[in-house]
Structure formats: C-alpha cells, structure tokens
Ligand binder design. Structure first.
Ligand SMILES: *Cc1c(COP(=O)(O)O)cnc(C)c1O
Length: 386
C-alpha cells in the first residue's frame, strides 16, 4: 500500500529522545529551549525572530488568536479552503471566522473577496499557505496595513520554504507552524508561534503554561514558579522535552527532506498528463511541498456533485490498486459548525473542492512509487472521464 503521508523517523530520532530522557525531565525544559534556539537559527541566524514552541499547530493558532485579544464579536477573515484547525482556533476565542473564497490558481485566500467581507468588526486576517503556496501574501499585508488588522499566517504546510529569499516565518506579523506526524518536519505532535512582536511572544509563552507569568524561564532552568500570579485564561499547550528532541533530530535532516519532496513534486508534474489537470503552481525551488495537491480538468462542465462523484470513484479505484489518496480540504463554510457564520456559497472554492485530489508525497516513497501513482491517475482519469 502506498500511503498518502507518513513520518520519516529513525535511529537519529530515537538517539535524540534518549538524550531527552537523560535530562530526567520530560515536560517543558532545556530540550524545548534548545529546539526553539535551533528554529530561530534556522529561520534567521543573524536577526532571529522570537519562537515559542507549543503542543500542536492548532494550539499555536489558538494562542496567536488570544495574544492579539480576539474575543466575542470580533471577526477574522480566513480562506474557506484550510484544515478545520484554522477555523477552530478562531472560534476558541469566541471570535467569528468569516470564510473567504480563494484564488482559482493558488487556492489561497482571494484578496478581492476578503475586501468584500471586511466590516468594522474585522480584527485580523488569517492567510493559509495552502499546499505550501504562500498565496498573495504581499496583498494581504497591504490590506491589513490599510485597515489596521493583525495577520496570523497559518504556515502549517510551508515550514522550510522561502519567500523573496527569506525563510517563511522570518518576516511577517505572527506565523504559526505545525510539527504533527505528517508535516515537513515532525515532533510527533508539536507547533510553534513565530513573531517579531515581543508582546505577542511573551503572552504566548505565558499562556501555554496556564498563564503563569514568566514560568517558561523557570522551567528552561529546571525550576518552577510556586508563588505565582495569573491574570487571564491560560492552557496547558507547551511543548515537551520529548517532542522537542524529535524535532531537533528532524531539523538536522531538513535539506534531505526538501530535496526528496521537491524531486517527487517535479516527477509527478512531469508524469501526470497535462490534459487531465494541473498541480498547485508552486515555486518549487523555494518550497518544500507538504501535500501534492492536483486539480482535475472538468472539460464537460459537469456540475459540482457529478464531478465530485467521478473524482471519488477515481479515488476508490486508486485504492483498489494499493494507492491511498486524499482531499485537501473540504471548504469550511460547508461544515455545519462553521456554516452558521457563513451561509453564502463560495463558488471558486466549491468548484476546486469537486476537482481536487491529493497524491502520496513523503520521504519514505521511491521514484518508482511516484511513477506508478502518476500512471495510475492518468489511466483512471481516461477510464472515468473518457
Ligand atoms: C496540520 C495543520 C494545522 C494544525 O496543526 P496540528 O499540529 O495538526 O494541530 C493547521 N492548519 C493546517 C493548514 C494544517 O495542515
């Protein structure tokens, strides 16, 4: 079976976990500090941004939302095509996620549609680096500046990539990464909030440890705060020494991971028939692609339901050939919990949703696997769509 995604871990990670065990402290401690320093150094060794490591990408987004004081009555513009986590992070603060339609080519947030949905209640905008594509980030920052909005980038898919020669996370307002099991690097579970705003950094550092003032500092040094104060709702969202130790080993391998993922992205793109569809238009030399997102053509203008059914049939037939595939993502405005805030249709996203397919991409695959998948997709498309 060719799995759609898989962590690529081995002896190096086990050796690193052993070192974490030897500290005799498994929670947030010296290994987390070491991983944060390594991430800072990776993002920009000369003028590093602040990095606070947390338990998941979802908690990173949630804490970023809380750190900019989002609350009930506030609105956040967020592309409808993203993982549920982006939307949940917003509702967790009581704020309302306003689903925005996407660009037809990048499937990232559409600035024009975002402007249409801007109100006096809009406090922030959350662009998503969907499929490792940064989307129209420059335009989003321009809109944010003009309307006094904070920007929280969901960069869960794009760790290690570069924009205009700078690492994703080096520049921008607040950037959130995920290190869950299938992302570009993994901590098993983990995430990070990256920012150059010291207030956001300090707030996130405290909030991840139940809001106890400067408890992180104590714990890095193997101590704790006992006679503490706490002034707001906090969470147990910190990263552990064990998860950080896995991340430390993974970060050392990132150049090999990048080469492999880029190579497979190019192999797919060369070997999938141009007449059946296209992948996301990534600047592949500057991107570490996390999923391989492909959009089928719909030459007969089938309606969304029919197109979806045919695509689903193709998925089933791939599975019969031992190939897993996936769908990224069901638009959030179609999900019951988020539909209540977003009753209107978002036509570009809904069309993309009916035509999308995510193909296996991870570092345990071989070039033969990629070629086999591409050939199967080409054959099955012709069989199903004629
Ligand atoms: C993975 C992911 C997240 C959440 O990260 P977790 O570490 O799984 O909580 C958020 N947004 C996107 C786009 C993701 O792919």
């Amino acid at each position: 079976m060719i799995k759609i995604s898989q962590p690529c871990v081995g002896e190096e990670e086990i050796a690193s976990i052993r070192l974490a065990f030897e500290t005799k402290y498994l929670g947030l401690g010296s290994k987390v500090k070491e991983f944060e320093k390594a991430l800072q150094n990776f993002l920009n060794p000369e003028t590093p941004p602040f990095v606070a490591c947390v338990s998941t990408g979802t908690s990173a987004l949630h804490l970023a939302c809380q750190a900019i004081d989002l609350k009930e009555g506030d609105e956040v513009l967020v592309p409808t095509i993203t993982y549920l986590a982006s939307f949940h992070a917003i509702t967790a603060t009581g704020a309302t996620p306003i689903a925005v339609d996407v660009q037809a080519d990048t499937a990232c947030i559409c600035p024009k549609d975002a402007l249409k949905r801007l109100t006096a209640k809009t406090k922030a905008i959350m662009p998503v680096h969907f499929g490792s594509h940064p989307g129209p980030l420059q335009e989003i920052y321009t809109i944010a500046k003009q309307h006094n909005l904070r920007v929280i980038e969901d960069a869960a898919h794009s760790f290690g990539g570069k924009i205009n020669g700078k690492k994703v996370g080096d520049e921008g307002d607040i950037i959130c990464f995920s290190f869950d099991g299938v992302k570009n690097i993994t901590c098993a579970e983990g995430g990070a909030v990256v920012t150059r705003d010291p207030k956001v950094f300090e707030r996130v550092s405290d909030l991840r440890l139940l809001g106890v003032f400067k408890d992180s500092e104590q714990r890095y040094a193997g101590k704790r705060s006992y006679d503490f104060d706490c002034v707001e709702q906090g969470w147990r969202y910190h990263m552990s020494n064990v998860n950080a130790s896995i991340g430390l080993a993974q970060l050392k391998k990132i150049d090999t991971f990048a080469k492999t993922r880029q190579n497979y992205f190019k192999l797919y793109t060369e070997n999938l028939d141009k007449n059946i569809g296209n992948p996301l238009p990534l600047d592949i030399e500057n991107t570490i692609p996390h999923p391989y997102v492909f959009y089928f053509k719909n030459p007969e203008n089938l309606d969304v339901e029919t197109m979806k059914n045919k695509r689903n049939l193709l998925m089933e037939k791939l599975l019969e050939r031992g190939i897993e595939s996936g769908l990224h993502y069901k638009p959030n405005h179609l999900v019951s919990f988020f539909k209540q805030f977003n009753p209107e249709p978002l036509p570009v996203a809904e069309d993309l949703w009916s035509r999308t397919l995510t193909l296996p991409l991870h570092c345990n695959l071989s070039e033969e696997d990629i070629l086999r998948v591409a050939q199967s997709v080409n054959e099955l498309y012709k069989e199903i769509f004629g």
